[in-house]
Ligand binder design. Structure first.
Ligand code: NIG
Ligand code: FE
Length: 421
């Protein structure tokens, strides 16, 4: 197994003991670091780390491989874990950007047949090969910005063939890239055009036709429903979650973006892994989430782009809950996947401390993908998914100076990424 030693690390940040799978409440404000450190990679994984000068003579296998990498005094931190994205889509929706500038809301655009249905039409006309090519570009774009694991949803197909097409593209991305990818089936993102006015029948079709087809090819790790005003109800959401349970698919629910939708309670009642968006919540949602395994995920990039309220992250943390932050990279409400910007929005708009935002974008993001035993922190045995930064004076500098390039080198699954390729 190839070993690489990273030396001259100014600060090794995001150290978490083995077995801690998420951070909640006050723990979210703590980030453990070592100054003047080294880190040893063995194959795809972190083997060890320490302070001061490593005794290279004592590291078996290191000499043969001469694998030493100088961090130049920068910070070494885990790559970002982005637990909510829709990067598989065709073309773009810049026309709706203009509509929004002219005053239309997300719901008004959707109600006149734009929005998600617009992307579904474009995707229908796009070949699987071309869809893969466009999606690969976006995946490489987010990798270059420091993302090391990414959840990707279907949901612009809205008929069985096109949903399968999207999920096959995600499978191909998984096989092509060193990114750790999880796939989510989001057939209930909107009612497909062929079912206009027949939402109940569409939901039945999602359960009886789409889900079995997706499961037969093993294409999804999770299931999602857009449970919100103008989209799907909590009852329909629970119907889909129950149908998905048969195939071992846990929920990751779009909830409370446009209204207090009941989506949080629907998700929690069915043991969802995460409930996402949460721009509009009350005490009832916070109470529903307490003492559960469900991670609340907030998407400040969508609040920013769609001028929605920002989630009440402080209230969640004060109540002892953890939160994750994710990009929601999609063509309609958040056309970008820069997790450092997400971290900055978390600090600036949601008043998270840099430490809370960091944990929300790393370990808790990994938890919301069910992979925090494998990634999201500096822990021996976890994937060597690392960002080596230029020298920065403090963790706070990263979200503070969020336009200043900060990445010096990137390592995914133990290997340095070379750009462009
Ligand atoms: O997470 N809200 C639902 N789905 C996406 C937006 C999808 C779209 O507009 O294309 C979201 O914001
Ligand atoms: Fe989304």
């Amino acid at each position: 197994m190839k070993k690489t030693l990273i030396t001259n690390i100014g600060r090794l940040t995001g150290i978490v003991p083995e077995g801690i799978l998420r951070k909640e409440g006050k723990e979210m404000g703590k980030v453990e670091s070592l100054e003047d450190a080294w880190l040893l990679i063995n194959g795809e994984e972190i083997e060890a780390f320490g302070q001061g000068d490593p005794d290279t003579e004592k590291i078996p296998g290191l000499k043969e491989h001469k694998g030493v990498l100088d961090a130049g005094g920068g910070t070494v931190m885990p790559s970002f874990c982005d637990s909510h994205s829709h990067i598989v889509y065709a073309g773009s929706r810049y026309g709706e950007f203009i509509d929004k500038i002219n005053g239309l809301t997300y719901e008004q655009i959707a109600a006149r047949g734009g929005g998600i249905l617009n992307s579904a039409d474009l995707l229908h006309e796009t070949s699987e090969e071309e869809l893969f090519r466009q999606s690969l570009e976006r995946a490489k774009e987010v990798m270059a910005m420091g993302t090391g694991s990414l959840e990707i949803k279907s949901g612009y197909g809205l008929n069985t063939e096109d949903e399968l097409k999207m999920l096959r593209v995600i499978r191909r991305l998984k096989a092509t890239l060193p990114l750790e990818i999880r796939a989510t089936f989001l057939g209930a993102h909107a009612v497909g055009r062929a079912y206009t006015g027949r939402q109940g029948e569409y939901v039945d079709m999602v359960c009886r036709e789409m889900l079995p087809a997706v499961a037969a090819e093993g294409l999804a790790d999770f299931v999602d429903v857009f449970c919100d005003s103008g989209f799907f109800t909590p009852e329909e959401t629970m119907q889909i979650l129950d149908a998905a349970q048969v195939y071992g698919l846990r929920g990751k629910i779009h909830a409370n973006e446009l209204a207090v939708s009941g989506g949080v309670q629907a998700g929690v009642s069915r043991g969802a892994l995460s409930v996402d968006h949460l721009e509009r919540t009350t005490e009832a949602e916070i109470n529903a989430l307490k003492n559960t395994g469900t991670m609340p995920v907030m998407l400040p990039g969508a609040s920013f782009f769609s001028r929605l309220p920002y989630g009440e992250a402080r209230e969640f943390i004060r109540s002892g809950l953890g939160i994750a932050l994710a990009s929601d990279y999609n063509p309609g409400s958040s056309p970008g996947g820069d997790m450092r910007f997400v971290m900055a929005l978390g600090c600036i708009q949601m008043r998270l401390t840099p430490e809370e935002a960091f944990n929300a974008c790393t370990l808790n993001g990994a938890y919301a993908m069910g992979i925090s035993d494998r990634t999201g922190s500096i822990t021996p045995g976890k994937l060597a998914n690392l960002i080596i930064t230029k020298p920065v004076p403090d963790l706070a500098f990263i979200p503070y100076s969020h336009h200043t390039p900060f990445i010096s080198r990137l390592i995914l699954k133990g290997k340095e990424l070379c750009f462009p390729d």
